[in-house]
Write a protein that binds this ligand. Structure first.
Ligand code: HEM
Length: 150
């Protein structure tokens, strides 16, 4: 197998290991029905997010490596579009998702009792909307990777 082939292999494994858990983060949070369950759901999310971070980083490193090994890729529309979309999705972490999840984490720590307050549903609606948008970006990237349409 060529070096390029090995990089493609790592890239595809990273996509499965990193993106798979990423797509279920929202569902995991939605399964909590009491404050104890909700805290546990967010603990699971934190662990799953590790896969997303490692897989995502590997996707970017291997994707760029393929570009440097085969520089014609930098002139391909699907490649450049995916790279830009990926960087937007990456920036959404600290710019959008971080600030949206901060008040939720504070609420999970401070709230007393088992009943989930209305405030949580209001805050989580905003966070989940951002997460759905981010998932949409990843679906577009996956489609571009496979179809390479332009
Ligand atoms: C959400 C992020 C990403 C996912 C899920 C993903 C997934 C995939 C998959 C499944 C393939 C195999 C498609 C096929 O050959 O039929 C692929 C190929 C490829 N990806 Fe990605 N990718 C992602 C991000 C990136 C980024 C950011 C870059 C560039 C910096 C990149 C560069 C490439 C290249 C060059 C190939 C073609 C390999 C080849 O067949 O020669 N990918 N990607």
């Amino acid at each position: 197998m060529t070096f390029y082939g090995t990089v493609v292999l790592i890239h595809i494994f990273s996509a499965i290991i990193g993106m798979g858990p990423g797509f279920i983060l929202t569902i995991v949070a939605k399964t909590g029905n009491t404050m104890t369950e909700l805290r546990h759901s967010y603990k699971i999310r934190k662990k799953l997010h590790m896969f997303v971070m490692i897989g995502g980083l590997l996707l970017l490193i291997t994707g760029l490596t393929m570009g440097f090994l085969n520089t014609i890729l930098f002139h391909m529309g699907w490649y450049v579009t995916s790279l830009v979309l990926f960087l937007i999705a990456l920036a959404m972490g600290p710019v959008v998702l971080g600030p949206a999840s901060k008040p939720i984490k504070a609420l999970l720590e401070s709230h007393k009792g088992e009943e989930i307050p209305e405030e949580y549903y209001r805050l989580s609606k905003i966070l989940f909307r951002c997460e759905h948008f981010e998932n949409g970006i990843f679906i577009v990237i996956i489609a571009l990777m496979i179809l390479k349409p332009f």
